[in-house]
Design a protein around this ligand. Sequence first.
Ligand code: IMP
Ligand code: MG
Length: 181
Amino acid sequence: MTTRPYVIDQLISAKSIAARVEALAQEIHDEFEGTDKLVVVGLLRGSFVFIADLVRELDLPVEVDFLEASSYGNSTESSREVRILKDLRGEIHDRDVLVVEDIVDTGHTLTQVVKLLKAKGPARLKTIALLDKPSRREVDIRADWTGFEIPDEFVVGYGIDFAQRNRNLDHIGKVRFTDEG
Ligand code: IMP
Ligand code: MG
């Protein structure tokens, strides 16, 4: 596979992410306190690091499940179609559900996923996204909690990839191509 040469400039440090995740976990705790039936649903693959850190900060009984929906190929272009590649393993009917997404970009993915999950009749369904690019929005949707709003940059790290690379960075960086201009 060939990709254009690029470097990664740090946008959000590992330390800032950790502090924000802790604060978000507190807010989620306050929302779901008392529930004995919270299912935290991570959208694969980009949310896997975020969900791992988030649930470990969450002092509540949780079940963890995953859903894989695709809206991106191996490029920086969004496609409008959202396909379910891997469905949930467990039941969410009458359960409290927290959907964990890496980035809300155009908003198509989260909109479709929420629609699909609501059709399964959860008692309560909330959403959290680590990152939000409001300037890219095509569908009017916002996660109930957002970690950081970021400008229209292609980002990687902390679970998020560029053509399946860089998911293992401990921070969020933006991709800068070195062969342009
Ligand atoms: P949306 O349907 O356009 O909101 O797309 C959301 C999905 O696109 C996210 O879950 C990511 O997987 C992917 N995505 C959006 N922006 C980026 C980015 O900057 N880097 C890597 N993946 C991205
Ligand atoms: Mg995604």
